[in-house]
Design a protein around this ligand. Structure first.
Ligand SMILES: NC(=O)c1ccc[n+]([C@@H]2O[C@H](COP(=O)([O-])OP(=O)(O)OC[C@H]3O[C@@H](n4cnc5c(N)ncnc54)[C@H](O)[C@@H]3O)[C@@H](O)[C@H]2O)c1
Length: 428
């Protein structure tokens, strides 16, 4: 987890000279010597760190410094090698994440070369991320432990492998956590995205980039279903604001450097190997342990609803977007012509009330939930989401096929296998 960025203290407020003129004057030469020594020491440390070929951003955990060298490069090349039927060499960011793992496996299954990168931050259980990494490694996918803010690492990767595509899924996700740790959203979703685009624009050849935006960009939009043409200038959370900023940043890099960019607005993705911070996941955990679950509702007990989208459908959409992405037109940081810029909703088109989600889970787990209805807090959550997917349907025949009950059944099967001690005797 990157540390919080502390704002610098206001300079010039402590005017010691004014209050202690003679004392300060007498000590000044010593102070200057001490200050210069400290400054010199800091400069030496700084240059030492930046000289190291595998150095990285100061915001990174120490472990991510380990990369580079012939053995590492040969692992990278072998993971990026095309197998039978493969066409693309894809760098997947956030590969140890929920969606990243599924997309990486799907690419590998069809023979594409895949390299993953993930910083394994502890926003949620890192064991789950490590187990996903293990799963990927069993399929021959190398997941590099590194941060997308690490320019040298990304440049090195592009030196070793001429990636045709980047599937950019690394991000600080979660709506409510943005109030606790806003800096992490700026670090990953803005600074990290810009750093990645900087490296992509200078690469030769430039890759085509498909990246995850979010349905949260629709914010306070009340027109349903949400269409890509609707307003997205009223985000209800910092998370949403950083995703919206990402869409604008994508426009800039497309316009100036000719990068081919496709943004995908995912709608509440769920499934096996999912994210423990999401309601379907922690409801399952809490129902099994007998803990009370809080279900949000709107004014006059109106339902909160989500367009829950099963992971396999999202993966199908990601591959469709990659397959129809046109090449970037620039090279060596220069635009050579107009390039493709797209944005698509990837949802299920059938919103389901959260109360219905809970009753499906109760049935599948054979345990009655201890429920408490609560008014929806004003911390970023919206009342409902509902995707219009006709653009994605037209462009790459995106067609979700999994209803919530079928998808949750697969999730619960995985959950009970992954957390065997969580099973509980039926109270149904
Ligand atoms: N799951 C959903 O319902 C949903 C909905 C809308 C949008 N999205 C977006 O889809 C993408 C994937 O989401 P997910 O559900 O798999 O989330 P996730 O948190 O499981 O995956 C993101 C991964 O990115 C990694 N990461 C974060 N910051 C990084 C950085 N600076 N450098 C390198 N790695 C970093 C994390 O360690 C994590 O493994 C994200 O961009 C998310 O915002 C997800």
């Amino acid at each position: 987890m990157p540390p919080q960025l502390n704002p610098p203290s206001t300079p010039g407020k402590l005017k010691t000279d004014k209050y202690y003129p003679s004392y300060s004057h007498r000590l000044r030469p010593h102070r200057i010597t001490l200050f210069s020594t400290l400054l010199l020491a800091l400069i030496v440390v700084f240059f030492y760190l930046s000289y190291s070929p595998s150095s990285s951003s100061s915001l990174l955990p120490r472990r991510s410094l380990i990369w580079g060298g012939p053995k590492w490069e040969s692992r990278v090349r072998s993971s990026a090698k095309l197998r039978t039927g493969g066409r693309f060499t894809v760098l997947v960011t956030g590969a140890a994440g929920f969606v990243g793992t599924h997309v990486s496996l799907a690419l590998r299954r069809r023979g594409d070369g895949v390299i993953g990168i993930d910083n394994f931050n502890d926003y949620y259980d890192t064991k789950l991320k490590r187990d996903r990494k293990h799963l990927l490694e069993k399929s021959g996918i190398f997941v590099i432990e590194g941060d997308i803010n690490n320019k040298e690492l990304l440049e090195k990767l592009f030196d070793v492998v001429p990636f045709t595509h980047v599937m950019h899924l690394a991000a600080q996700a979660g709506v409510r956590y943005a109030m606790k740790n806003p800096a992490s959203y700026v670090h990953s979703n803005i600074a990290g995205f810009v750093n990645l685009l900087e490296v992509c624009k200078s690469a030769n050849p430039q890759p085509a980039i498909v990246w995850a935006s979010s349905s949260s960009v629709y914010g306070l939009n009340s027109k349903v279903p949400f269409s890509e043409k609707d307003r997205t200038d009223r985000p209800a959370s910092l998370y949403a604001a950083t995703k919206k900023a990402g869409e604008e940043i994508a426009h800039t890099y497309n316009h100036i450097y000719g990068l081919s960019l496709t943004g995908l607005r995912f709608f509440t993705v769920y499934g096996p190997w999912g994210r423990p911070d999401m309601a379907y996941f922690f409801f399952t955990k809490d129902i099994l342990s007998g803990k009370q679950i809080k279900i949000f509702e709107g004014l006059n007990h109106s339902s909160v609803a989500r367009d829950f989208t099963y992971i396999d459908d999202i993966v199908q959409g990601c591959l469709g977007a990659l397959d129809t992405a046109k090449k970037s037109t620039g090279s060596g940081g220069k635009k050579r012509g107009p390039a493709q810029l797209r944005v698509f909703n990837l949802g299920n088109t059938s919103p389901v009330p959260v109360t219905r989600l809970v009753s499906i889970l109760e049935k599948l787990l054979k345990v009655k939930a201890n429920k408490k209805m609560m008014p929806i807090p004003r911390n970023g959550d919206v009342m409902f989401t509902h995707a219009n997917i006709s653009s994605a349907q037209r462009e790459f025949r995106y067609k979700p096929t999994t209803d919530l009950e079928t998808g949750l059944k697969k999730f619960v099967q995985w959950y009970l296998k992954y957390y065997p001690s969580s099973s509980r005797r039926s109270s149904w």
